[in-house]
Design a protein around this ligand. Structure first.
Ligand SMILES: Nc1nc2c(ncn2[C@@H]2O[C@H](COP(=O)(O)OP(=O)(O)O)[C@@H](O)[C@H]2O)c(=O)[nH]1
Ligand SMILES: [Mg+2]
Length: 287
């Protein structure tokens, strides 16, 4: 119902426009509010992929496994909150076997264009990163670097592990070193995050970074899937800003279409700020 109210407000803010223009804009806004984002999650078996997804997202994602199970095909999970959906693609980890890495490369090349973001988990005590680096250079390459967010997982297992319920100073130092190492190794576009799902450490910051890394048109739809505790003010603000800007660019696109008479162009441009404000105001009706 809220959704309808939001749409009505946006529709009202477009009344000065010719019907064809307002319909076109509304259609694109509907696409935005129904956007089904896709997030890939990669890392070796046991890196903590399922645990992180279960911690981050409101719907149950998948059973957490202790057993060594190898994923050859990407497993897809469809999350649902209300009428909104998101897809998680559990990508098989690289560096587990050379023979399979070729298959994996093909699989990744197929998946990457369709993913809004890839969370790449590296376990805090995993030192075998040569294959990861090779894979990052060869398969992810320049084209998709901006889609990768590295996450050091299970930080509570960093040396010297104690099994306690807090990270020690030494552990935090070692995690900082690991972050630096990953920056040198991968030269990632986005800053490397570190988390411990077991200790609920770093996950909120990681969730915020994830929202920041997403394409503008995807952030709100991902926020809608987050556990309530990760929907912080910063997260909601970023998503609301993104939604406003995306709606603004919808108007820009329509007004710059060829063959539009100059007066109509001017009307669309004049309405822009109002429509963007309305979009921001009704954001929570949609997400
Ligand atoms: N100590 C610790 N264990 C974790 C953490 N996250 C996950 N695990 C455990 O690591 C194992 C593998 O986790 P899982 O999420 O199934 O990994 P996946 O194979 O990458 O999906 C499970 O026994 C989890 O309980 C963490 O932050 N700290
Ligand atoms: Mg798993």
């Amino acid at each position: 119902m809220k959704n309808k109210e939001g749409q009505q407000s946006l529709q009202d803010s477009l009344t000065g426009l010719p019907e064809w223009a307002s319909e076109r804009i509304m259609q694109q806004i509907r696409q935005l509010t129904n956007y089904e984002p896709a997030i890939g999650i990669m890392g070796k078996t046991g890196a903590g992929k399922s645990s992180l997804c279960n911690a981050l997202f409101a719907s149950e994602v998948s059973p957490v496994s202790d057993v060594m199970a190898c994923t050859r095909e990407p497993l897809r999970f469809r999350l649902q909150v209300g009428e909104r959906f998101m897809t998680l693609v559990d990508l098989p980890g690289v560096g587990e076997s050379d023979a399979r890495d070729n298959e994996y490369a093909a699989l990744y090349r197929d998946q990457l264009p369709r993913l809004d973001l890839v969370l790449w988990l590296i376990k805090a005590d995993d030192r075998a990163l040569v294959t990861d680096e090779h894979f990052y250079q060869q398969v992810i390459g320049e084209a998709y670097r901006h889609k990768v967010l590295f996450v050091i997982s299970q930080s509570d297992k960093a040396e010297p592990g104690s099994g306690g319920d807090k990270l020690s100073t030494e552990q935090k130092q070692n995690i900082s070193h690991k972050i630096c190492l990953l920056h040198e190794l991968f030269q990632p576009v986005h800053p490397v995050c570190a988390i411990s799902v077991r200790l609920q450490w770093g996950v909120r910051v990681m969730a915020e970074r994830m929202i920041r890394c997403l394409p503008r048109e995807a952030s709100s739809s991902v926020v809608a899937q987050l556990q309530h505790s990760f929907r912080t003010d910063a997260v909601n603000k970023k998503a609301r800003d993104d939604f406003g800007e995306t709606v603004g660019s919808v108007l820009d696109t329509v007004s710059s279409m060829p063959l539009i008479p100059a007066p109509i162009r001017a009307i669309i441009q004049a309405a822009r700020d109002t429509v963007v404000s309305v979009a921001r105001a009704v954001w929570s009706f949609f997400f």
